[in-house]
Design a protein around this ligand. Structure first.
Ligand code: NAP
Ligand code: ZN
Ligand code: ZN
Length: 347
């Protein structure tokens, strides 16, 4: 089997090393992608550190992939060599169940194949985008419009779709009042997309450190929540609260900030459970919901929306040897607002 040069974590939490990893021979419907940039999602950190339970090692993470098609299988119809494409969290699904047919591959009844730390239906371990090359079925590649740089586009493949999907699902648009909790990779995309959809957006962040950035991205307010008493001023204010926090949060405190019938939509994935008093949802008939990435057609729709609205992720580009340090900074909430690896620096 051919190989490529990639970063890999040999065991849980160990520093990254450069390695040769397998790339499968192209299948009929595969595109081979020269990866140019790979975003660092907090989900990469959760998995490399086994915070979600036992994982597959050695692991090459990366599900925010932007690159250029360098070869195509014989049956490929959508893409040709030289096309700019992105790959997100999924690289396969059954393609036949009701959810796959509906373009909601993340709900595939057979279980979608995740881009890394997963196994294909043939049993092969999947390897992600911290790599010079990946091979993927064309159905799971999206076209990156010319208006967006590949570096700014990479994070859209997870952070973009993961915030777009619930904003659309809950009907956010002109006149909506939205709060985004946590201004990190997902959070800053949530702000940009909700603002572009016409919503009035408030950022709920731990401190004032990111206040200028929130306003620059179009938020009407930035609230420092370290002193939680400040939340009292926002009781009954929001149609939707999008929670992107990667760590434990006192969710019950935030439910009171919803209008009647409002929705608290969680995308953050810390390992521990929540405690919610029933009264905090019964009062106001409020909704507590979750949201899991988004399907491939919605990912393309989001990319096209971003191009039409001049939106890319706000990024800090790093070399391959800076990834370990970048992980520490992400966990400390010290990233403005997504690290993107220049994959030409691997090896
Ligand atoms: P991130 O860049 O680290 O952003 C998380 C933000 O949460 C931080 O910037 C910080 O914002 C806030 N935060 C961090 N620690 C906190 C703490 N102890 N208390 C309160 N707030 C804290 O992470 P991300 O890449 O955006 O990912 C966020 C979460 O979403 C992760 O758990 C990730 O696994 C999950 N995720 C879910 C999906 C999905 O499909 N549902 C997809 C991708 C990622 P402030 O500095 O503004 O407070
Ligand atoms: Zn992600
Ligand atoms: Zn399916």
């Amino acid at each position: 089997m051919p190989t490529t040069t990639a970063l890999q974590a040999p065991t849980a939490g160990a520093p990254f090393e450069v390695a040769e990893v397998p790339v499968r021979d192209l299948r009929d419907d595969d595109v081979l992608i020269d990866v140019k940039y790979a975003g660092i999602c907090h989900s990469d950190i959760h998995q490399v550190r086994e915070e979600w339970g036992s994982a597959i090692f050695p692991m090459t993470p990366g599900h925010e992939i932007a690159g250029v098609v360098s070869a195509v299988g014989g049956g490929v119809t959508r893409y040709k060599v030289g096309d700019r494409v992105g790959v997100g969290c999924m690289v396969d699904s059954c393609r036949e169940c009701e959810h796959c047919k509906d373009g909601q591959e993340q709900f595939c009844l057979k279980g979608a194949v995740m881009t890394y730390n997963g196994r294909g239906y043939d049993g092969e371990e999947t390897k992600g985008g911290y790599s010079r090359r990946v091979a993927v079925a064309e159905r799971f590649a999206c076209s990156i419009p010319d208006g967006i740089g590949l570096d700014e586009a990479a994070p859209l493949l997870c952070a973009g779709i993961t915030t777009w999907s619930p904003l659309k699902r809950w009907g956010v648009g002109s006149g909506s009042k939205v709060a985004v909790v946590g201004m990190g990779g997902l959070g800053h995309m949530g702000v940009k997309l909700a603002v572009a959809l016409g919503a009035e957006v408030t950022v709920l962040s731990r401190t004032d450190a990111k206040a200028d950035d929130s306003r620059r991205l179009g938020a009407v307010a930035h609230v420092a929540t370290a002193d939680s008493a400040v939340l009292e001023d926002f009781r009954g204010s929001f149609d939707m609260i999008l929670n992107t926090v990667s760590a434990d949060l006192d969710v019950a405190q935030y439910l009171d900030l919803l209008k009647p019938l409002g929705a608290f939509v969680n995308v953050g994935m810390p390992a521990s459970a929540w405690t919610i008093p029933p009264g905090s949802v019964v009062g106001g008939s409020r909704v507590v919901a979750g949201s899991n990435i988004g399907g491939i057609p919605a990912t393309q729709e989001m990319l096209d929306f971003c191009a039409a609205n001049g939106i890319g992720a706000t990024i800090e580009t790093i070399d391959a040897d800076q990834v370990d340090a970048a992980y520490e900074r992400v966990v400390a909430g010290d990233v403005r607002y997504r690290f993107v690896i220049d994959t030409a620096t691997i090896g």
